[in-house]
Design a protein around this ligand. Structure first.
Ligand SMILES: Cc1cc2nc3c(=O)[nH]c(=O)nc-3n(C[C@H](O)[C@H](O)[C@H](O)COP(=O)(O)OP(=O)(O)OC[C@H]3O[C@@H](n4cnc5c(N)ncnc54)[C@H](O)[C@@H]3O)c2cc1C
Length: 443
């Protein structure tokens, strides 16, 4: 269940841990038996096993949605931050505002390193100018907490942008290394359905068919190529570009999804100060330039959003949190989560410690075989002889899927039409689900 958060290596007192990229594209900690003194610190902070939350303190009513003190949608006012961003540049604008206003003296972000096989690199940034390079989403393992030792050397508080699993690691770290709690002033959490292993990067690069000698980098989603939400962009040293349609990234997702993402309930990053994501299904959104949804989870998050609005770093408007929950398909994800965990348990595997607390919010589940086979697939990613063999297997599967779809579609058409009609009549009768009332605030 490793999510490659990177925390175990720097906290190991015996320097016994190194990270290694596996055949399946996981980034896995390898423990040296010779150096390890069995102190158990790495295991105690590992978010793969679960995390140390304090439900009493948080009083979260619903663990799939978390609390929302305010829900906003909007974009960066800075043209460059907006154009260079993934959604609407709100994440980076909040960091810029916090740096300029001395709320923090540094921020932790991630850049995609250039090279034949681009991989992410965590960086500590102290100037707004350096923020541009880290914009856009990296849908891959990022050892975010590999910089713990460097954080200690920074004067003053810092901010971090993180995925839900990385925030879970942080909650574990808070327990073991209390100085981190004082060091981190706020967290910006990304909405996250899942990442893909590094094998997905290699798959996309191979689809792009650009010679490895000239290859310089890859963006998973580039708005400058085809507008928001953006196509896959592979580029060369000399400025040559190969653009793959967004669908080429989406169709490989299921093949490269890590195990822990399948068992993670926290798609909405509920333990961050501010959650940011794409404005799926939100009405009147600027789809040409892109916008970001921002959810204030804590009072500090709310204050920072107000400050950034007042100081004209972002231009935002209020929306209902229920719209965001609907757009992110959280109802469907509730059921999927429980179905995956039940399937995993059925196979006799240990489940993360959050299972018991979370399952009260996910009553309905399915015993469809697909859940077990998807889990088995993620677990088997490392069982291929080589990365090339894995890529060949996935490409064969994709071809087969396409053939099946082409030939079976006419046969399935009547069922698809009937399902759609059922869904539409339900929607007309009930209207959109609006069960999560947003706490309107002064913003
Ligand atoms: C793996 C992943 C999955 C996501 N899934 C969803 C989803 O299902 N639904 C949805 O609505 N939104 C999702 N997002 C969030 C969305 O893609 C945007 O990142 C978000 O809307 C913020 O956009 P922005 O323009 O405001 O940010 P930008 O201004 O572009 O800044 C992005 C910030 O995110 C940081 N970052 C990027 N990748 C990572 C990473 N892997 N780990 C830590 N920090 C990172 C960058 O360093 C930067 O600081 C996902 C993002 C990631 C990385």
């Amino acid at each position: 269940m490793c999510c490659s958060c990177g925390a175990c290596k720097p906290i190991c007192p015996a320097n016994a841990i190194e990270y290694k990229e596996t055949v399946g594209g996981y980034l896995m900690p390898i423990v040296s038996e010779k150096l390890c003194n069995s102190c158990g610190l790495c295991i105690s902070i590992c978010p793969g096993r679960g995390f140390t939350w304090n439900l009493g303190e948080k009083r979260l009513k619903d663990l799939f949605t978390g609390e929302a003190l305010a829900t906003l949608v909007g974009k960066a006012t800075g043209q460059e931050l907006l154009e260079n961003s993934q959604s609407g540049g709100v994440a980076s604008s909040l960091l810029a505002c916090a740096l300029d206003s001395d709320e923090v003296s540094a921020v932790v972000t991630v850049v995609m390193e250039e090279g034949i096989s681009p991989r992410p690199k965590v960086q500590i940034v102290q100037s707004v100018d350096a923020l541009y390079a880290s914009q856009k989403s990296k849908y891959c393992p990022v050892p975010l907490w590999s910089i713990i030792k460097e954080l200690k050397k920074i004067q003053g508080p810092v901010a971090v942008v993180a995925l839900p699993c990385q925030i879970h690691a942080l909650w574990n770290l808070y327990q073991k290394l209390p100085w981190i709690r004082k060091k981190i002033r706020f967290t910006i959490g990304l909405v996250c359905d899942r990442i893909m292993t590094y094998a997905a990067v290699d798959h996309l690069l191979s689809d792009a068919k650009m010679s490895a000698q000239v290859r310089k980098g890859l963006y998973y989603r580039d708005k400058k190529q085809g507008g928001y939400p953006g196509n896959v962009h592979v580029f060369s040293e000399e400025g040559k570009s190969i653009i793959l349609p967004a669908g080429s990234r989406i169709r490989i997702k299921d093949f490269y999804t890590p195990l822990r993402c399948r068992l993670c309930f926290d798609k909405m990053n509920i333990f961050s100060d501010i959650t940011v994501g794409d404005p799926h299904s939100i009405t009147n959104v600027d789809r040409k330039n892109g916008e970001t949804v921002a959810i204030a989870r804590t009072t500090y998050g709310l204050e920072l959003l107000s400050l950034a609005t007042e100081r004209n770093y972002i231009k935002v408007r209020q929306i209902e949190y229920s719209e965001v929950i609907h757009g992110q398909s959280i109802e469907k994800k509730r059921k999927e989560w429980r179905s995956y965990v039940e399937a995993w348990k059925q196979k006799g595997h240990e489940v993360p410690n959050f299972y018991e607390a979370v399952k009260k919010d996910a009553f309905i589940y399915s015993q469809d075989k697909v859940y077990l086979s998807n889990l088995q697939y993620s677990a088997n990613l490392d069982n291929f002889d080589s990365r090339e063999a894995l890529l060949r297997y996935v490409k064969r599967k994709l071809k087969l899927k396409l053939i099946q779809k082409t030939f079976l579609y006419p046969l399935e058409l009547p069922k698809i039409v009937a399902d759609k009609a059922k869904f539409l009549s339900k929607l007309i009768k009930k209207g959109r689900p609006n069960v999560y009332r947003n706490q309107r605030d002064k913003l």
